[in-house]
Every structure is written in structure tokens, then in C-alpha cells.
Design a binder for this molecule. Sequence first.
Ligand code: SAM
Length: 221
Amino acid sequence: MSPLPDEWSEERKKMVELQIAARGVKNQSVLDSMLTVPRHHFVPEKLQLYAYEDRPLPIGEGQTISQPYIVAFMVASLEPASRDRILEIGTGSGYAAAVLSRIVTMVYTIERHEILAGEAKSRFKDLKYDNISVRVGDGTSGWAGEEPFDGILVSAGAPSAPDTLLKQLKTGGSLVIPVGELGRQKLQRITRQKDGGYTRENIGLVQFVPLIGKEGWGESE
Ligand code: SAM
């Protein structure tokens, strides 16, 4: 897959080389995808100038599009394969779902803010990314009817890994999720084993907005 030739191609290339590959993300399909997906299309127009900088940016509704490196690291931690079906919780701008969609067969993504979900949907339509399904709702309840998933990515910080999401994983599949206090979390990779148990690895420290829902934080937190 070659990158779209747009006026931001050079910026995107620098982002991938200097912020992502240089920091140790080696998964070629993730690097290729991030070279392809036009990140400037996923931020408010007045912030496009900053789209390829090494930081999160506001997207409205008090939410953010994550730092490019964090998106790359989390997606690579899922070890996605081309035949996979992946669930993402916290669509936000749609950028992480778009990056995943260039790697796997199908992405299901859930966002609790209707406005953000609508904007993400129209971005996917504009870009002709037709292997992404968006739903408005509480992602801590997962996506019954489409389970089990090869991997689940949670793009918001949870008090603990929701049981419902763990149950919607295939054997051998992983849930990548920030877990811990508000404002600072451990990034965990939780993998479902053949015997029905789960292994947990701490793979980094991150700072995410809260996962709000039935198996997340309360509305007022
Ligand atoms: N992946 C996004 C991107 O690429 O732009 C960034 C996600 S942003 C850091 C976290 C998102 O999670 C916010 O848009 C927030 O509204 C959403 N969120 C929080 N709790 C949620 C829940 N229970 N279900 C679905 N979305 C939720």
C-alpha cells in the first residue's frame, strides 16, 4: 500500500520515521498504515497544521486524538494479522480505527459521544474506508453479535479490564487497555489462554481520558 500523495506526505513520513520507528515500533504493517492514513483529516481544520506533531490534540466534546506514537504502539501490541476482526472502544476522531482498518479485515468501533461517532463515520466515507463499522454506545458492554474478536483495543483509561470485553476475545486474542487511576494508567496486554485463563503483561505507562460506562468510571469522574 503506498501513501496517498497529498501535501502532507512529507510530514507524515517524518512522523513515522522520527516519532514511531525511531522509538522502537518495528511492525511493518503498522508503519505502512501510518504512512498511508491522512492524520490531518482526523483533526479539526484549525489544528491541521499540528496534525503530525508528537502530541495528542483536542477533537471536541472534551476528548482527544491520541499521540501518533501511542496509537502505533497500542496497535502493534495487538499484533494484528490481515485476517483479523478487531473491536476498538473509544472511536474519538476515528484515527486509530482507520490505522487498524488498513491492516486487518474488519474493524468494529464504539464511541459514547454521538457527535464524534458521526464525524468519524463521515471521515471513513470520504476516505472510502469501508471495512469499519461504527456504533454509538457504551463500549464497556462490547459488541454482542459480532464476538469473538481477534483483538480488542481500548482507547480510554479504565479502573480495571471490563469482564464483558475479556469474554468477547477469541482464544489467543489480546485486549490492550490502559488500566489504573484517572490521569495515569498502566498499559496492559491481556491474552486469553486455551484453558480459559488470561495472562497479563504491563507494557507501558500512558495518560488517557477516562473510559466512562457500566464497567468503567462513573459519569461524574
Ligand atoms: N481512538 C481515538 C482516536 O484515534 O482519535 C482516541 C480516543 S480518545 C483518547 C477516547 C475516546 O473514548 C473518547 O472519544 C471518549 O468519548 C471515548 N469513550 C470513553 N468511554 C467510552 C465508552 N464507555 N464507550 C465508548 N467510548 C468511550
